[in-house]
Each structure stands twice: as structure tokens, then as C-alpha cells.
Design a protein around this ligand. Structure first.
Ligand code: M6R
Length: 612
């Protein structure tokens, strides 16, 4: 949700900001702007549209010169995506500019109070209230800007990641966070500030993660971090693990396709050092200290949103199967607001690619407040959820830039598989069974590699269905969550209405939708439920529904019932989501491309949902 970038140093800032915004654009892309301080002036340019539109305008107007500046790419919360509501916002005299990610919840009251004091508002944003509030504090107190910002923030209710620059002090960049991520990049006589690491990697690997309630004052000579309550802090500099190549398209047309194709490697990275075939065990370093508590858990509650929630559903099947511990899966957004009943012996496990999803983070905080052990399955190293959970397992899937989550899903399912098997060690599985399970897990990357060869076939299938208005996805058992995920992938990037259901539920309602215009994707792997799923396929075929089935290599039984049959390598039932989801990702991708949709930046969406 919105991307922020800022720079203070010796280099020309224009390109640093624009490239940084391009790297952050997956966080929001309805308008963009920059503010640069130079030669006694604060120059602001902002406009509706993509960062590329801003770049084009600046190129034709002439670049803004200067070595201090801030930038913003917006995902609208308050106010239309238009030029006025785009960030940065300036105070009345135009002496300082501010960019903001988050929501100022008491902006209505602040706005009213400030209007009474004579402030006029140019935009409909909540952010402008903060700008005028800072101005008001500064006028009333004559304090330096950094102190006025700090004091103003004590009056704010809500979430923010902000950056501020002023024409009155060309050696000052101020940033602060509460609920919206901010990372400080440390260079030689230069500093960067950004919503995530993407804009930093090409400049520095030294980073400082800001925590909620912290404000940083950056000057070319150094930086100082304080709490909003004005307590000075010593912060640790850590090394960033990302590579530049990981956040570039590397020849692919879209990040989503690149990330789908990367899955054999991301899965290998995820299991590296963890899957110990020779020792016949799983090694999850991040859980060692809590493993006894986890093994003794009475109940595991998994909280997540979106695709991560679908992975959580697979996790429920896995943990219950292997560890025989009851699991409940919750939407993080529901969990946090219903005063959940948590008991001693419960463990709350959260799943998040970004590690910044506001609702998932709130679930962690709710559980911690009740004294419950919290575990994180997170991709982004150093993210807030990774830091706030008691323990956890990183995905090591590499940065995921496409808004539609793909490689993170398979890595999440793999981590959950490893957690479930770890819990089964010396308990529910014999040594021979464990060896068999580990061997099957180790073969998954190669099987994904093989099934990615089906890309052309899926492209052809997509061509047949590109004008469909609806889609139904059906699966059972481990593949029911995959049906949900397939439907989500299609709807979020192609804007085709799609629903996922447990196949057997079809008869309880969705069957009414079936006619010759309704494509139905069945996941029909040769497992315990296969025969039942085939009966469901018969039922759809009898009503002229157009069936696309995913089944095992060598299975010809479905050909007469289906329009298309996608045959994929066979694996154990509990591992099949790692394979069955991949053709669904490719199908969605190709349908969306053929419909002319912006695959990496679907309308209305943002990669990291840091507001409620
Ligand atoms: O970063 P997170 O995993 O916490 O994000 C959760 C959802 O916002 C995310 O999975 C979303 O549903 C994706 N757009 C799905 O492709």
C-alpha cells in the first residue's frame, strides 16, 4: 500500500527517486510524485497515473536537480486517484513536503480543527491533515521541523510511514513509522529511506529496520533514531540479502511469469539445509527453541490473508494428518476483531509473504497480548511480522514482485509440509515412512520443472477461454485450497468472476450455475477422492459444462468427459498442491495477458496490504 522513497547525500536525486518508485510500484500505482530540495527551492511534481507517466513528464519538462528528495507511488485510501490527491503534499507556504503511507484515522477531527484555525485543504486526503498539523505545531512552538513532526505525530491516531523534506534545511530528511513499514539504507555520506528493500539494493546492503513509533532524522553526516516519545535509540545495522537480479524481470515479460517459472529454484532454496535425507529428518533452525512447545500444543491457529490463507488451509490438512494436532484456520482480519478465545497450549502461526500485512500483524499482536506463542512463516527477511513473532521459518523464495502471489504460495506450502513432518518425527511416522516422505518432498522441484513444460499447452487452453465471464474451480481434500487459489489467481489478474469450491459441495448449490458457458476446472488427482471427483465431472459434463481437468500423467480416463485434460507428474497426495497449483497459475496468467490486463499491477490491488 503506497511506496515511499527518500534520499539525502551527494548524488543527483531525481533518478534515484524515480527508479526507486518504479521498484516500489507494485505497492500502489494510481498516482506518483516527487519533491526535491535544491537551490533554495522545494520543487514538487506529482500526477495521476503510473510512475512511467511521471517519468515521461519530468523528461519532457527537464529533470529536477538536487541531492535531497522524497517520492511516493500511491494506492488511494482517502480521495480519488487524481493530481491533487497524489503525494507529496506541501504546507501552505510550500516550505516542506511530506509523503505518507497509511491512514490517519482521526483526520476528520484534525481537519476540522485546522480549518477553524484558517487552514485550507487542497486535497481530499487524510495526509494533508498531518501536513497542516505539523505546520501548525511549528508555527505555535517555533521548534525545528524534526521536533514539530515528532510532536504532531503524538496527536495522530492511525498508521503511517512518512518522509519529510524542507527548503529551510537542505541537510535534513525526516522519516517515521507506525504500522507502515520503513527501512533506512546506509551508504557513504548518503542515506536512503524506503517502504521496502527494493529501491535500496542497487545502492547499499546496509540497512536499519525502523520499528513502530520510531522517527529518524537523517543528515549527510549521520542519522539519529528516537521514539515518538523522544527517547534516543541505538539501532543495529543489518545486511540485506536481496540481489538486484531478483527484483528485475530478467527477460520475462512480466514478474508474475518470471516468478511462476522460478518455482523449481525457489522450492530448492526453501528446502536447502532443511530437508536432511541422509539423517532422515527435517531441520528448521528458526523453530528449535520453540519445538517442545509446538509439539505439546493443544491447538494450532493459523492466521493469514488471501493466498497465504489458502496456504494455511493446506497447512491445516498437513499438520492434522502428520502431527495429529487440531488446527483452525482464520482470516487474520476476522481473528483480530472478535476477541478470540485463546487458551494455554494454543500456538498462533501466521503466514505472510510480505510480512507487513496489517491484519496479519494485528493477529500476531492480539495473540502475544494474550501470552500465546506466535510463529511466523514469512518471505521478507526483516519484515515486521518476522521481527515480532516469537519464532519462525523464512520461505527463502526470493522477492516476489508480481501482485499475484505464486512462488510464495508454493514455498509457504512447502514450509508447512516441513513443519508438519518435523512434528511427526519420532511420533506419528516410522523411520521408513519418514524416509519415504522426505524422498517425495525432495523430488518436488524437478516435478515442477517438468510441469512448467506444459506452458504452451496452457496458453492454448487459455486462448479457448479468454472470453469467459465466469469460472468454477473444484477440488477435494488437499486440493480444495488449490481450487480456491486457482479462482483467486484468475479473478485478481483477469477480472473474470471465479469461485473455488470443495468438489462435493457443488451439488449443494453451484451446480445451478452449470451450463455450456461455464468452464469448470477440476483437480482430479488419483488419490482417495478420485472416484468421487470423477462422479462430479460426470455431473458437470451431463449439464454441458465445459470441463478442464488436472490429473496424473498417464491417466486417459477423463478424456471423454473433458474439453481439456492437463496431465502432471504424480506425487504423494499430501504434496499434490505443490504441483496442481502451477498449471492454474499459468492458466490465469495467459488468460489475463490475452485479455490485455496488466498482470503485474492488477486494478485496485496492491502487493502489500498495510492498511485495514
Ligand atoms: O503478504 P501477505 O502474504 O500477507 O499477503 C496476503 C494477501 O494480501 C495476498 O496473498 C493477496 O491475496 C495476493 N494478491 C494474492 O495473489
Amino acid at each position: 500500500m503506497c511506496g515511499i522513497v527518500g534520499y539525502i547525500g551527494g548524488q543527483q536525486v531525481n533518478d534515484i527517486l524515480l527508479t526507486g518508485l518504479q521498484r516500489l510500484e507494485y505497492r500502489g500505482y494510481d498516482s506518483a510524485g516527487i519533491a526535491i530540495v535544491a537551490e533554495g527551492q522545494l520543487k514538487v511534481h506529482k500526477q495521476k497515473g503510473k510512475v512511467s507517466d511521471l517519468v515521461a513528464t519530468l523528461e519532457s519538462n527537464g529533470q529536477l536537480q538536487g541531492t535531497l528528495g522524497i517520492g511516493h507511488t500511491r494506492w488511494a485510501t482517502h480521495g480519488f486517484p487524481n493530481d491533487e490527491n497524489a503525494h507529496p503534499h506541501t504546507n501552505v507556504t510550500g516550505s516542506f513536503a511530506l509523503v505518507h503511507n497509511g491512514i490517519i484515522e482521526n483526520y476528520g477531527a484534525l481537519r476540522q480543527k485546522l480549518k477553524q484555525k484558517g487552514y485550507t485543504f487542497k486535497s481530499e486526503t487524510d495526509t494533508e491533515a498531518l501536513v497542516h498539523l505539523i505546520d501548525d505545531v511549528q508555527k505555535a512552538t517555533s521548534l525545528p521541523l524534526e521536533e514539530a513532526v515528532r510532536q504532531a505525530l503524538t496527536q495522530v491516531v492511525g498508521t503511517y510511514g512518512i518522509a519529510v523534506v524542507s527548503v529551510e534545511d537542505p541537510d535534513l530528511l525526516i522519516a517515521a513509522r507506525m504500522g507502515s513499514p520503513l527501512i533506512l539504507g546506509v551508504g557513504e555520506g548518503e542515506y536512503f529511506i524506503a517502504s521496502d528493500a527494493a529501491p535500496l539494493v542497487e545502492h547499499t546492503r546496509q540497512v536499519v529496520y525502523l520499528n513502530d513509533g520510531e522517527l529518524v532524522v537523517l543528515r549527510r553526516s549521520g542519522f539519529e533514531v528516537r521514539t515518538i516519545d523522544n527517547v534516543k535509540l541505538e539501532k543495529q545495522i543489518t545486511e540485506l540479502e536481496w540481489d538486484l537480479e531478483e527484483i528485475e524481470k530478467s527477460g520475462y515479460e512480466h514478474f508474475m511469469l518470471k516468478e511462476i517459472m522460478e518455482q523449481p529454484e525457489s522450492l530448492e532454496n526453501c528446502m536447502r539445509g532443511r530437508l536432511r535425507l541422509e539423517e532422515n529428518c527435517i531441520n528448521l533452525g528458526g523453530l528449535i527453541e520453540v519445538m517442545d512447545d509446538l509439539r505439546a500444543a493443544e491447538r494450532v491457529i493459523i492466521c493469514a490473508c488471501g493466498t497465504s490463507w489458502h496456504a494455511a488451509l493446506v497447512g491445516e490438512y498437513l499438520i492434522e494428518k502428520f502431527a495429529r494436532i487440531p488446527v483452525e484456520v482464520e482470516y487474520a482480519s476476522e481473528f483480530r476483531y472478535r476477541n478470540p478465545i485463546l487458551r494455554e497450549g494454543d500456538v498462533v502461526l501466521v503466514i505472510s509473504q510480505s510480512g507487513e500485512t496489517a491484519d496479519t500483524l494485528a493477529a500476531v499482536r492480539e495473540a502475544k497480548q494474550q501470552g500465546i506463542l506466535t510463529l511466523g512463516v514469512v518471505n521478507t527477511v526483516g519484515s515486521t511480522i518476522a521481527r515480532e513473532t516469537d519464532a519462525g521459518v523464512y520461505l527463502h523464495a526470493g522477492p516476489e514482485i508480481g501482485v499475484a502471489s505464486t512462488k510464495a504460495f508454493t514455498a509457504q506450502v512447502l514450509v508447512l509440509t516441513m513443519i508438519a513432518l518435523k512434528l511427526a518425527e519420532n511420533r506419528t511416522l516410522t523411520d521408513a515412512e519418514m524416509a519415504e516422505a522426505l524422498r517425495a518432498v525432495s523430488q518436488i522441484p524437478d516435478k515442477v520443472r517438468k510441469l512448467l513444460e506444459l506452458d504452451k499447452e496452457l496458453c492454448n487452453i487459455a486462448h479457448s477461454y479468454r472470453f469467459a465471464n465466469n469460472f468454477l474451480y473444484l477440488g477435494r481434500g488437499f486440493n480444495f485450497p488449490v481450487a480456491l487459489e486457482g479462482a483467486l489467481k484468475l479473478k485478481e489478474i483477469s477480472y473474470i468472476h471465479a469461485e473455488g469450491y470443495p468438489a462435493a459441495e457443488m451439488k449443494h448449490g453451484p451446480i445451478a450455475l452449470i451450463d455450456r458457458f461455464m468452464p469448470v476446472v477440476f483437480i482430479a488427482m488419483k488419490d482417495r477422492t478420485y472416484d468421487k471427483v470423477v462422479s462430479n465431472i460426470e455431473e458437470v459434463a451431463a449439464r454441458q459444462g465445459s470441463v478442464i481437468a488436472i490429473t496424473d500423467e498417464g491417466n486417459g480416463e477423463l478424456d471423454k468427459l473433458c474439453e481439456y485434460v492437463i496431465r502432471i507428474p504424480h506425487t504423494e497426495e499430501f504434496l499434490s498442491p505443490l504441483l496442481t497449483v502451477v498449471p492454474l497459475q499459468l492458466l490465469s496468467y495467459h488468460v489475463a495477458v490475452m485479455r490485455g490486463c496488466n498482470v503485474d499491477q492488477p486494478r485496485n490491488l496492491a502487493k502489500s496490504v498495510t492498511v485495514e
